[in-house]
Design a protein around this ligand. Sequence first.
Ligand SMILES: Cc1ncc(COP(=O)(O)O)c(C=O)c1O
Length: 339
Amino acid sequence: MRREHGIDAKPENVVVGPGAKVFELLFCEAFINPGDDALIFSPYFPTYIPNIQRRGGRIWTSDLKQSNAFRPEPAEVERFLKTAPRPKAIFLNSPHNPTGSVAEEADLKAITDLIRGKDVALLSDEPYDQMVWQGKHHSPLVQPGMMDQCVAAYTFSKSYSMSGWRAGFAVSSKPIIDRMGLLLNTSLSCVSPIVQLAAAAALDNDEKPRGEQMRAFRDKLFMLIAGLNTIPGFKCLEPRSTFYAFPNVAEVCNRLQITSHGLALYFLEGADEKFGVACLGGECFGPAGGGFLRFSCAEPDDKLQAAVAFVKQAITQTDKVAAYVAAHPEHKLATPYAT
Ligand SMILES: Cc1ncc(COP(=O)(O)O)c(C=O)c1O
C-alpha cells in the first residue's frame, strides 16, 4: 500500500477477506443503521444496493455523466450532505466499473474535504487500482483524516486474475479494521491459509507478470474501443482504465426502438442462430446506464475483432431487430434515450 498508493498502512490497518465484494457488506454492517442515507453514483456495481437495503439504509443516487468523463462530482456529495435527512455513507468506485472512468485527485480531495470530521463513512471500492491507462490511480485514503472515515477495498481478482481464489483486503484505521475483523471472524472465520499463501506469493513475486498482463489488457481495450468507435452510432470515450468499454449507443437504440438491455440480448441470441456476442445493457448498473452497453475485453484479440464486426453488421439488420422486439416486447424502447 505504501509503495503503490502512498498509504501508510501497518498490519493493524489491514484485514483479509474473500475478495473485495464482502467489504461492501461489512462496511454496511459497520456503519449503516435503518433509516441512514447512503449515496451511490450511478451507474454502479449492482451489489451496493442490496447491501445497503439489507441494513435498512435509504439509497440516494447521483448520475455520472459521459460529458464529465463519468467522474464523481463533489457538488453532488455536497447536495447529499445538505439534503439527505441522515447522510451516513458514500460509495465511491474508481477506477470505475462499468464506465472505465477514473476520479481525479482533485475530485477526491474536494469530496473528502466535504466529509472530513463528519459522521459520514466512505467506502472506496478499488478493485481496478492496477488498471489505469491514463493518469494515475488515486485513493481517497491518502487524504488527511481519511484513515478514520474511509474503508478502501482491494482484490486479487483483477490485478492477479485470481477471481476464483477469493482473496482481497480492506484498509482503514485500527478501530474500524478491528470491527471488520470481528465481523469476519464471527461469520466467515477466515480466508483459508492456502489462499492467503497464494495471495502473499502473488504480492511477493508477480509484479513483473502483473505489469505485463495489465499492459495486455490495456492494448486489448484500446483495440476494442477503436473498433467500437467505427460503428455508426457508437460513442466510447478514450480508454482510461479497467478492461471495460462503455459505448453510448442511445442513437442506435432510439433508431431501432429497443432498450440497451434488449440490444445486448439481441446480440447474444437474436442476431444470428449460430453466433452471439455477450455484453451487458448499461441499465444492469442502474437507470443512468440506460442507452449504454458494457463490453469486457478479457477475450483473445481475434474474438474481440470478430465481435466488433458482428455487432456492426447486426445493427444494420433492422428486420431482425424488429422481429426480436416483437418476440420480446419487454425490450421495446418506450421513451427515447437522451442523445
Ligand atoms: C466495482 C467492483 N467491486 C467489487 C467487485 C468484486 O470483486 P471480488 O471478485 O474481489 O469480490 C468487482 C468485480 O467485478 C467490481 O467490479
